[in-house]
Design a protein around this ligand. Structure first.
Ligand code: FES
Length: 502
């Protein structure tokens, strides 16, 4: 599995060197947030280095659906109900600023950004009130959306009947990995190091700066920026207010006679559908996204992928699957991104996360907030977002999120205790957590190779669960993910699962 964007972007070279010993700013993470903040700070004359645990765009940015839109499903009405109109307008302003930054930086670069209308729709009469709620929120934020009642199939270029929709013209779809390739090329041409395969493992803050510990040695800097999606080294329990989820994305080659969607679509139905279409090297490629499922908490993820695939084949007969992949997102209980100083770090460690599946606008908006804070440049929308404090509804969600996290921890330990190791290898592409003595062991077989690693997540001790579509071990607590041999793939964990004793 490899995303369409990674398959169709120029190769971005790795840099396996050690990070430079002294920089003013170290940015951890070479996705869109990390490279955008590095670009902004480098332009302002700061000495910046970027460290990336895997390769550039390997995690969320390389796996997104790549929509740079102000119309974002039901996000506006959710923010409005949690934080009110003033914060909603600040959020929309932040996303507008992000759109402008991307357009200014990347519009001249071929094949990175294309204007498209954004459409939020429903195929069910039961969801029309949700469409109208979103319309009202968009109007409160001065977004000029158009409400459409039963638009024709031809108008939208889709092979199904839409009951109600909102349309916003002048939005953009991105090729996210070409975008990263361009930002990387410019930064490296200017001498900014972006080292890859170098994982952040710890950081010590003192009166003069930060000692950043990585798998390739230590680095000193004045400020560390965590642009890693999940937040490792989280001393303020930020992770407890983030809800991780995954979504599947499948790309299809469309036959010549197929309906071609005229825009970027997102449904408010259950399951939700995300749709976009691209012309890539003369081929018309349809990209479909599934609704989100909670990381590590679905029994058979392969069923979700099959369900999306069946819908695609019945709606677009003759569509040929080209590739599929999955992306992880984090939603904060306030429904707003976090971009600021991590508590108990004397202002020296900043982080950005919680983009709630809208990572193209929110990554750049958060980069603008983080860079603005470091450079002491104040935007009114950033000040408003920074000063927003979670309300009672948010606390209610945090309690709920943590209660279910606690349940998983205890319940999963107990469950691990009742299934002793049998010595029999799982079937191919299967995995299970069993018990050896009192230790949970995660055993799996992939491509005929059976491996046994510890079943205890190295972040805070959750019991991992098998993701049969992706053949990974996923932690249901805060979304850390590991390969069958225990390597960290993403999430707040920084240490691999240990090998289980034979
Ligand atoms: Fe936190 Fe696993 S991700 S315990």
């Amino acid at each position: 599995m490899e995303s369409l964007w990674r398959q169709t972007a120029p190769h971005i070279p790795d840099d396996p060197s050690a990070p430079p010993k002294g920089s003013t700013i170290v940015v951890a993470g070479a996705g869109l947030t990390g490279l955008a903040v590095a670009t902004m700070l480098h332009r302002a004359g700061m000495r910046v280095a970027v460290v990336e645990a895997r390769s550039i765009g390997a995690v969320t940015t390389g796996n997104t659906t790549g929509k740079l839109s102000l119309l974002q499903g039901d996000v506006l009405s959710r923010i409005r109900s949690h934080a009110g109109d003033e914060i909603l307008r600040a959020y929309v302003e932040s996303n507008r600023a992000a759109q402008e930054w991307v357009q200014r930086e990347l519009r001249p670069v071929q094949g990175v950004i294309a204007a498209r209308p954004a459409v939020t729709y429903t195929v069910s009469g039961d969801r029309v009130t949700a469409i109208d709620r979103e319309l009202s929120a968009a109007q409160a934020a001065d977004i000029p959306v158009e409400r459409l009642d039963r638009p024709s199939r031809e108008e939208f270029g889709v092979p199904f009947d839409v009951v109600a929709a909102l349309r916003l013209d002048g939005q953009f779809q991105l090729h996210p990995v070409r975008l990263l390739a361009e930002l990387t090329r410019r930064l490296r041409a200017d001498g900014v190091p972006i080292v890859t395969g170098c994982r952040l493992t710890d950081a010590d803050v003192d009166d003069h700066g930060v000692t950043v510990k990585t798998t390739r040695g230590e680095v000193r800097c004045a400020t560390l920026v965590l642009a890693t999606g999940a937040v490792p080294l989280d001393r303020g329990l930020l992770f407890a207010t983030l809800v991780p989820s995954r979504s599947f994305v499948v790309a299809y080659d469309l036959p010549r006679e197929a309906a071609v969607p005229q825009g970027m679509f997102l449904s408010l139905d259950e399951p939700s559908r995300s749709i976009r279409c691209d012309d890539l090297g003369g081929a018309r490629v349809l990209t479909l996204g599934s609704g989100a499922h909670p990381t590590g908490r679905v029994e058979r993820t392969s069923d979700l992928l099959s369900e999306l695939d069946e819908w695609a084949r019945s709606s677009w007969p003759g569509a040929r699957r080209r590739t599929w992949w999955a992306a992880q997102d984090y939603r904060s209980v306030s429904h707003l991104p976090f971009a600021g100083v991590l508590p108990r770090t004397s202002g020296r460690i900043l982080a950005a996360t919680g983009y709630d599946k809208w990572g193209m606008t929110n990554a750049v908006a958060s980069a603008l907030r983080v860079a603005g804070r470091i450079l002491e440049r104040h935007e009114p929308w950033a000040d408003a977002l920074d000063s927003h404090h979670a309300g009672m509804a948010d606390f209610g969600e945090a309690v709920q999120a943590n209660a279910s996290v606690g349940g998983h921890l205890v319940a999963d330990w107990v469950r691990a205790g009742v299934a002793p190791v049998s010595g029999e290898a799982p079937a191919d592409r299967h995995g299970r957590v069993v018990r050896r003595g009192m230790s949970p062991v995660a055993e799996s077989t992939v491509a005929g190779v059976t491996r046994r690693v510890s079943g205890v997540c190295t972040h805070l001790g959750g019991i991992v669960s098998w993701n049969d579509a992706e053949c990974t071990w996923d932690c249901p607590l805060h979304g850390s993910r590991f390969s069958p041999d225990g390597r960290v793939l993403e999430g707040p964990a920084v240490q691999p699962l240990s090998q289980a004793e034979e």
